[in-house]
Design a protein around this ligand. Structure first.
Ligand code: NAP
Length: 226
């Protein structure tokens, strides 16, 4: 049984824990990030397209009996209210959080050997399902991947199951970035959550995400939460 996974953003945080746990479970993991594995800037759609067309992904999938794509890489983007956002940071967040998962899902569904069971998990966020002032870009990008999962699921591809998963509040570099966001209106709430020990470790969050991913009913509903 050849189990082939692709995990984006596997170099740190939740993605590193997901990749490690999948490898321990016998998966051959292709990691995609800027600082390790397949070095691709997911904030640059042209570079990602060149990488996809280069054939590494197709070769990884060629002998698979089972395929798993986890679109995990993400960035917070500008933690500022609309009108005060850096346009470059807006575009980067949209490209990493939205364009890259859509392009990779498209490529995996196109390049997978016919009929091989394929699961796709977008790592979403509670922010995609409720408004948080100062995070309009992050909230909007996560809402988009939620709806992308819902819509691809509705297409009813043979052997494909897709779910957008909220991982909870995880103790990673991203949470450190949030606590350091001076202009973010809800910053004090996130500082308090850390101080009160309310963050989940990346390892525990990855275990919970993978329990959803490997469940028999994965894909029955395209939105899930840890
Ligand atoms: P993190 O610690 O900041 O790690 C982000 C990962 O994404 C890194 O491996 C990074 O790798 C990769 N990445 C960032 N920009 C990239 C780019 N331009 N190109 C390629 N890779 C890039 O984040 P995390 O907290 O683990 O978050 C993982 C996912 O969970 C994200 O989608 C996030 O939105 C979601 N999430 C997190 C929380 C939380 O509380 N932490 C809550 C809800 C949802 P390189 O730096 O090597 O490129």
């Amino acid at each position: 049984m050849t189990k082939k996974a692709i995990v984006t953003g596997h170099t740190r945080g939740l993605g590193a824990a997901l990749a490690a746990q999948l490898e321990a479970d016998g998966w051959d993991v292709l990691g995609v990030a800027r600082s390790g594995g397949e070095r691709v800037d997911l904030g640059d759609p042209a570079a990602l397209t060149v990488w996809i067309d280069g054939g590494t992904l197709r070769a990884h999938l060629a002998d698979a009996d089972e395929i798993l794509l986890i679109n995990n890489a993400g960035v917070l983007g500008p933690a500022d209210i609309a009108g005060a956002q850096d346009p470059v940071a807006v575009a980067l967040a949209v490209n990493v959080n939205v364009t890259a998962p859509i392009l990779l899902t498209n490529a995996v569904l196109r390049d997978r050997p016919a009929g091989v069971p394929t699961r796709v998990a977008h790592i979403s966020s509670g922010a995609g399902r409720r408004p948080l002032a100062g995070w309009s870009v992050y909230c909007a990008t996560k809402a988009v991947v939620d709806h992308h999962a819902v819509t691809v699921a509705a297409e009813d591809h043979d052997g494909v199951r897709i779910v957008a998963i909220r991982p909870g509040v995880v103790d990673t570099d991203m949470q450190g970035d949030i606590r350091a966001s001076e202009g973010f209106p809800l910053r004090a709430d996130f500082v308090a959550m850390k101080e009160q020990g309310q963050l989940t470790s990346a390892a525990d969050a990855a275990r919970a995400v993978l329990a959803i991913v490997h469940a028999d009913d994965f894909g029955d509903t395209p939105l899930a939460s840890v």
